[in-house]
Design a protein around this ligand. Structure first.
Ligand SMILES: *Cc1c(COP(=O)(O)O)cnc(C)c1O
Length: 399
């Protein structure tokens, strides 16, 4: 059955795993008149933002910020830490680990990878083995995507750090927290992460265009000897500025937004933010498990201890097109879902459940997806939304 496109009315349900919904108070905050970025009033906002970001990253070490999306922070990390021909160990997780590896190669670095089945995730034993085999310590860094947004899987960073320590290997640990920061537990200093890469448009609920890195003292020492070419992103050049970031103009409006984002997150409390994400994510998974009856769609992630609480990838039964489900959800119900990335294109769609989100929003999305499955003729066990409702009501009753 084909659907009749309608004029979009009401609010679009935006269920992508990034960018994410921007709360009204942040939209109002970013609509700020132009200010001089050296104005004392702005500098106070700026300094509060950097301090707040450190609290969210759970670090007391350095933070550098960039005008650019998450990829800019990836590139900044690599050019600031490494020299031509350095070797990185990239833990395969999915589309984003592949892109990280490709960028490293483009920059003249050598990539070794810990291969993984995208549905089950890498074995930490394989990371330890790769490090133990590197007696000459050629590997300068281990790169891990904390939350693989393409597959809906979390990598256990503390276990990766433990494997590095067990192997007695001095490599740095680089973590991409772009789709986990502000929605899943992350502790840069406690977990021994040397560089944490984050972006504005996911858990922080901001417009796209700002990214940042938390940088450990060990990583700063590596920076001192790195020889990859760099200028705009050079941390040393940044440190010479009052803002200790931004060689050029500071994106002031994003900082007014970030100040409000941090206020919202800390008003709710980081632990409560994580609990809300866990609650909503479990509702999505219960719904999908229900749909999976009658040879219906399934959770893509097959490792329950690694389920992501910020995004769920849903694998369609063989012979059914995930893009068609997405198109119907958008055209008939004004619900925007995430598509399958890279080799998962057409096979999975993704429900983003991170950022500014509550129970009715997730239930509306799930109900719309169920209608889209029906309209697309995808087999499923109807009534998944009731399973989500049961769970959410139970979770609310537990307070
Ligand atoms: C979104 C995302 C990126 C890419 O960030 P951009 O802001 O789009 O450049 C990188 N890694 C992960 C895990 C992401 O979710």
């Amino acid at each position: 059955m084909d659907v009749k496109p309608r004029l979009p009315r009401g609010r679009q349900f935006f269920a992508n795993p990034g960018p994410t919904n921007i709360p009204d108070s942040i939209l109002h905050a970013v609509a700020h008149v132009t200010v001089d970025f050296n104005d004392p009033a702005f500098l106070a906002v700026y300094d509060r933002c950097v301090a707040g970001l450190k609290r969210v990253l759970r670090t007391e070490q350095s933070v550098f910020m960039y005008t650019g999306s998450g990829h800019a922070a990836w590139e900044a990390s690599m050019v600031n830490l490494f020299s031509p021909g350095d070797t990185l160990l990239v833990i395969e997780s999915g589309y984003f680990s592949e892109n990280w590896a490709r960028m490293a190669q483009d920059l003249g670095l050598v990539v070794r990878s810990v291969a993984a089945d995208w549905r089950r995730g890498a074995e930490i034993g394989a990371v330890e083995a790769a490090l133990a085999a590197d007696a000459a310590h050629e590997i300068k860094a281990v790169c891990a995507v904390h939350n693989e947004t393409a597959t809906g899987m979390v990598l256990p960073l503390p276990a990766i750090r433990a494997a590095m320590d067990a192997a007695g290997h001095p490599a740095l640990l680089l973590a991409d927290t772009i789709s986990s920061l502000g929605s899943l537990d992350f502790r840069m200093d406690e977990w021994g992460v040397d560089v944490a890469v984050g972006g504005s448009q996911k858990g922080l609920m901001l417009p796209t265009g700002m990214s940042f890195t938390g940088v450990s003292a060990r990583a700063m020492a590596a920076h001192a000897t790195s020889r990859l070419p760099k200028s705009y992103f050079n941390w040393t050049n940044m440190l010479a500025r009052r803002h200790r970031s931004f060689v050029g103009t500071v994106p002031t409006s994003l900082f007014y937004g970030l100040e409000e984002s941090l206020r919202l997150i800390e008003e709710e409390g980081l632990e409560q933010v994580f609990a809300r994400h866990a609650r909503l994510a479990e509702a999505v998974r219960r719904c999908v498990r229900h749909w999976s009856g009658n040879d219906g769609p399934q959770l893509f992630c097959l490792s329950p201890d690694r389920y992501s609480d910020s995004v769920t990838a849903i694998l369609l039964p063989e012979g059914h097109d995930a893009e068609r489900v997405r198109r119907i959800a958008l055209e008939a119900f004004n619900v925007s879902l995430g598509g399958g990335l890279g080799r998962l294109g057409g096979k999975v769609f993704r429900i983003g459940h991170l950022g500014d989100l509550n129970e009715p929003m997730i239930l509306g999305t799930l109900a719309s997806v169920e209608m889209a499955l029906r309209l697309a003729g995808v087999p499923h066990n109807p009534g998944g939304v009731a399973a989500a409702m049961d769970w959410l009501a139970e979770a609310a009753g537990q307070g």
